[in-house]
Design a protein around this ligand. Structure first.
Ligand SMILES: *[C@@H]1O[C@H](CO)[C@@H](O)[C@H](O)[C@H]1NC(C)=O
Ligand SMILES: *[C@@H]1O[C@H](CO)[C@@H](O)[C@H](O)[C@H]1NC(C)=O
Length: 151
């Protein structure tokens, strides 16, 4: 009797897990990864063909803003690299791409005193693509070209 009950429970669990896996395969399990590099230059971008490599903007506060609201934030590391992970169930990709920006809240003067202390760097979002890793679909988004606005 006890064995029968155990078998039934096991069967139920297997069915539950299987239907969950199916739901995940249909795109329910995934993440949005927004990341890039901020440089310590007048535009926040790497200077192309410069004789010395453009230094990174380390410890910069990077924010994802949508319609004026800060949705997520991160700090750049010593290489100027930041990364934010969002739950795709909470965001519509097309909305993100059209309504949101990557904004650097730290003034440029904090990485180089010769750069402006006013204005903020802002870049639109660019979709790189989606990769599937096992049951996980990872959407990669990067900032486009930064611009210094509001100087
Ligand atoms: C950078 O250098 C490459 C190769 O020398 C050249 O083709 C390109 O036009 C240069 N770009 C700029 C922005 O000067
Ligand atoms: C910054 O993060 C990137 C990506 O994770 C990594 O490759 C790089 O080594 C990091 N740099 C430092 C100085 O931690």
């Amino acid at each position: 009797m006890a064995m029968k009950a155990t078998f039934l429970v096991t069967l139920l669990v297997v069915v539950l897990v299987a239907s969950q896996a199916e739901a995940q395969l249909s795109g329910l399990l995934g993440l949005l990864n927004i990341g890039g590099t901020v440089f310590c230059s007048a535009t926040g971008n790497a200077i192309t063909n410069a004789t010395t490599p453009t230094p990174p903007f380390a410890n910069a506060l990077v924010q994802l803003t949508c319609g004026g609201n800060v949705i997520s934030s991160a700090l750049t590391n010593g290489s100027g690299v930041f990364s934010m992970v969002l739950n795709p169930l909470q965001f519509l990709l097309s909305n993100l791409l059209s309504n949101c920006n990557v904004v650097v809240a730290s003034p440029l003067s904090s990485c180089n005193a010769n750069l402006p202390s006013t204005g903020i760097l802002q870049a639109p979002l660019q979709l790189v693509g989606t990769v599937i890793r096992g049951l996980l679909s990872i959407v990669t988004i990067v900032p486009g070209v930064f611009q210094l606005i509001g100087v």
